[in-house]
Every structure is written in C-alpha cells, then in structure tokens.
Write a protein that binds this ligand. Structure first.
Ligand SMILES: [Zn+2]
Length: 218
C-alpha cells in the first residue's frame, strides 16, 4: 500500500538519500566510498547552513516574497507532456525559476486522494519546489560555496589533473536546503517517487524498490 511505502521513505535518512543521489550520478564510479560519505555530509551541511541564513534574514516571509526580494522571477508553465523526463521546476541563470503547473497539481491531487498530507507534515509542494530551486540560485551566485568547489579527479597525466564537479552534490544540498527552510523532518527526495505516481505507478514502484536498497547502508 502507498501509506506503507510513504512511511518507509520518510524514515530513510539523509545519508541514505545521499547514496541514492550518488547512484544516479554519471560520475559515481570516480568517487570512493569514503569520499562519497564525506561529500554527502558536507553537501547536506552546506544546504542546511544556507537555509538557516535565509531563515534568519527573512523570518516568516513566505517563499514567493523571498524570491521577489532576492530579485528572482517566478513563472508558471503548462508542461507540454512531450518530454520523456517529467519536469517539475527548474532554475535558469541569472534569475528565473519555472514551475510546471500541471505536474505540480497532479502530485497535490495524488497526496489529497491518498490522504498523505499529515504524513507529509502538510507540506506545500510548490514551496518545496521553489526552495529547491532557490538553492540553485544561491549556489550560482556564490563561487566559494562548497557545492561548486568539490571536484573529482577524472584523470591525470603527470602533474596535470583533469577535474570535474558532480551534479549530485548540488542536488543533495538543494534537498537539505528545502528540508531546513520548510522545517520538515524528512528528506524531500521522497518526492522523486511521489511525483512519478500520478504518471506511471509501475515506474514509481520500480523506483521505490530501488530506493529500498539504500536503507540501512549498502
Ligand atoms: Zn536541483
């Protein structure tokens, strides 16, 4: 049943979600187990720290107003449904956040229909999406931030090292940011599964089973 699955996902901790995020990164094979743990910890810390800064500065200001004050443009779009990848929101530098209205509404309906609101601590899906994207704006505008500076050595010739960042670092941090900003007790990564449900239950269950494997360490 869906309730049991949600209970299970709520109890997955941040490190386990971090391992899940890594598993989806194209460069995952370049990172040792030890470094992976360190990165997950630091990325989560980074996201949380940035959220605390925003909370201290804006107190109870609703997130849409925060975006306005920061100078971020917020637009809603109807997704055309042709993409193979379901998009919920995205950030475009320098200052635009797009939320795909229809997708967001389908998840909200799904939560309502299945009476998952209280389990999900009455989360506002839109605020969660906006918070996540706000983090990407913050990291884009701070070249000293951890998420933009952790680099992996892909190969080296003599003294020359070719390095690259990892996509999952910013994602882990953005989720930690949203979690802290919205003051919820579970990792918003559970929306990876939740958002799939209204589209394709089989795929959602498949992803759920994959995530089950991350509980309790690898
Ligand atoms: Zn993101």
């Amino acid at each position: 049943m869906i309730e049991e699955k949600i209970d299970f996902l709520i109890n997955i901790n941040d490190e386990e979600w971090g391992q899940y995020a890594f598993s989806r990164d194209p460069l995952k094979g370049k990172v040792s187990e030890e470094l992976r743990k360190k990165i997950i910890e630091k990325a989560s810390e980074c996201g949380k720290k940035e959220a605390i800064k925003i909370k201290e500065k804006y107190r109870d200001v609703p997130i849409k107003k925060i975006l306005k004050r920061i100078g971020l443009e917020y637009i809603e779009k109807d997704s055309d449904g042709t993409e193979s990848y379901i998009m919920f929101a995205c950030y475009n530098s320098p200052n635009k956040i797009t939320v795909f209205k229809k997708n967001k509404m389908l998840v909200e309906e799904f939560i309502k229909e299945n009476e998952l609101s209280s389990k999900l601590e009455y989360i506002d899906v839109e605020s969660m999406l906006l918070a996540h994207e706000l983090f990407h704006h913050i990291e884009e505008n701070n070249k000293n931030i951890y998420t933009k500076n952790e680099k992996i050595v892909l190969w080296k010739i003599g003294k020359y090292k070719y390095k690259s960042g990892l996509v999952c670092i910013g994602e882990i941090a953005a989720m930690a940011f949203a979690k802290e900003l919205l003051s919820i007790n579970y990792n918003p990564y559970i929306f990876d599964v939740l958002m799939l449900y209204p589209y394709d239950e089989n795929k959602a269950v498949e992803l759920y089973k994959e995530i089950e494997g991350f509980k309790g360490g690898l």
